[in-house]
Design a protein around this ligand. Structure first.
Ligand code: EPZ
Length: 437
């Protein structure tokens, strides 16, 4: 996607907005269907680039996939899955491809993939995945950037994760359902998206119990059958839309927002002075922005802590609040790349290691900026809404990886966002206009 997103200064955004299913639940649930033979149906699936990549991967393995973008319904038939090898170019396009390693090993007893590699926010190693798959009986060879794994017999184990890794938890669970006996994962990730994935496995027939404090117990050996499931609503989309209203002094109602999956985030918005109303049973959130937001500090952490995927968007709100906020990014080692771009817009931010100190300013100013990852791109979009003048964001393909039609949803609330195609890519660069062919 060449070209850029043109964002004009926006007055108070307001509206009632519907959400779509969570990308980080859909991707792993799609991978888990490899464990079954037959046709499954997933509803509330977002039409975004990462989902299309996972569709391509499953088709490449031999699955039949139909995606109705209007009804957001995905039908996946894994009866004729024949391959357990994923092409390098597919693995490299999306890191989440690593999530097919566990189910392919469980189904075929072998798997051959390219290592996913790191990304801009961090090295993204997979040592927790590999070390524990070995413990469960897999023998794994790495040759260059290729990984070959096979397992004659998978063994249940008591697995201790030194860090509650989302992906490692998910891959280990998908191996454990095929291992005889009961596997326990201690210090497992219990992110809402992981719990939605576990709900699908239980619908398939898997025997899984969550035990305190953060243990997942899986009794392996059950025959898993195809399922029908409606994906949980995306709490990250909800958080991003709430911040769009907060940052522009507006009001927004999200009838589907899973408020109880956003507790710390919502607490911080309330500490800033925004009015938050939560629907019954925790379904639905309404935000009415305060006109004198106070800066609040926060630290990202595994769930139920402050979500790392909302760190960048929430930083923008601190840039325009009164006072000083310290923001600690503890999950990824390089997830402050949006700071440089926000500084170009007039934000007062100092970075020391993984801590950003933000001093609130009265205004930000539109200018050309570059998105480098999904959530950083969302942050720049939010900053552009609040900034005086026009902001042009290149690298917009990052946005379409993680958000379905966020541009339309914000325009329906009163924003003025326009995607400018590369062919007409006229780059306003410090007053000079450079015509790009
Ligand atoms: C998932 O990534 C999400 N992606 C990420 O969302 C999210 O930010 C992250 O979880 C944390 O919540 C999907 O679900 C597709 P981790 P994942 O394993 O599984 C280190 C977005 O923007 N680690 O919990 O890769 C790792 O380097 C994306 O939607 C190891 O050291 O995250 C990181 O520092 C970005 N060794 C930390 O753990 C390992 O073997 C958390 O990673 C695995 C992870």
């Amino acid at each position: 996607m060449k070209g850029y997103l043109k964002v004009e200064h926006s007055t108070k955004l307001h509206g009632k907005v519907s959400l779509i299913g969570a990308k980080n639940a859909v991707l792993v649930i799609m991978a888990s269907l490899i464990l079954t033979e037959g046709k499954s149906t997933l509803k509330n699936v977002p039409f975004s680039d990462d989902i299309m990549q996972m569709i391509q991967l499953l088709r490449d393995l031999g699955a039949e996939v139909l995606f109705n973008k209007e009804t957001h319904t995905l039908e996946i038939d894994t009866t004729f899955l024949v391959r357990c090898q994923v092409k390098k170019e597919i693995m490299k396009q999306m890191r989440a491809s690593i999530l097919v390693m566990g189910p392919l090993l469980a189904r075929f007893g072998k798997v051959n993939i390219a290592l996913p590699g790191g990304c801009i926010i961090g090295a993204r190693p997979i040592n927790y995945h590999l070390n524990n798959l070995r413990k469960m009986g897999a023998s794994i060879q790495i040759e260059g950037e290729y990984l070959f794994a096979h397992a004659k017999k998978l063994k249940s184990q008591r697995i201790v994760l030194e860090y509650p890794s989302v992906g490692a938890t998910e891959n280990i669970v998908m191996i454990a359902v095929a291992a005889q006996g009961t596997t326990r994962i201690i210090n497992a990730s219990l992110e809402p998206e992981v719990l939605d994935f576990i709900a699908v496995l239980k619908k398939m027939g898997a025997k899984i119990v969550i035990e305190p404090p953060a243990t997942i117990a899986i009794e392996g050996g059950a025959l898993l059958k195809p399922v029908e499931h409606t994906i949980m609503y995306d709490r990250l989309e909800a958080g991003s839309l709430l911040l769009a209203a907060a940052i522009t002094g507006g009001k927004i109602e999200l009838p589907h927002a899973p408020a109880y999956n956003l507790d710390v985030f919502l607490l911080k918005l309330q500490e800033m002075g925004h009015y938050i109303e939560i629907g019954s049973e925790g379904i639905g959130v309404t935000l009415k922005a305060t006109h004198s937001p106070k800066a609040v500090s926060f630290k990202t952490a595994p769930y139920p802590g402050f979500p790392t995927d909302l760190q960048a968007p929430m930083m923008v709100a601190q840039c325009l609040a009164s006072g000083t906020a310290t923001i600690d990014e503890t999950v990824f080692e390089n997830r402050l790349l949006h700071v440089h771009e926000l500084q170009k817009m007039g934000a007062q931010i100092k970075v020391d290691g993984s801590r950003a100190t933000v001093i609130g300013v009265d205004e930000l100013y539109g200018t050309p900026v570059i998105a480098s990852d999904i959530r950083g791109g969302c942050a720049l979009l939010l900053a552009g809404l609040a900034a005086k003048g026009i902001t042009t964001i290149s690298g917009v393909h990052h946005l379409s990886r993680g958000y379905e039609s966020i541009q339309k949803k914000l325009n329906d609330m009163g924003a003025s966002l326009e995607y400018v195609d590369a062919a007409m890519f006229v780059h306003h660069n410090y007053g000079r206009i450079i015509e790009y062919q």
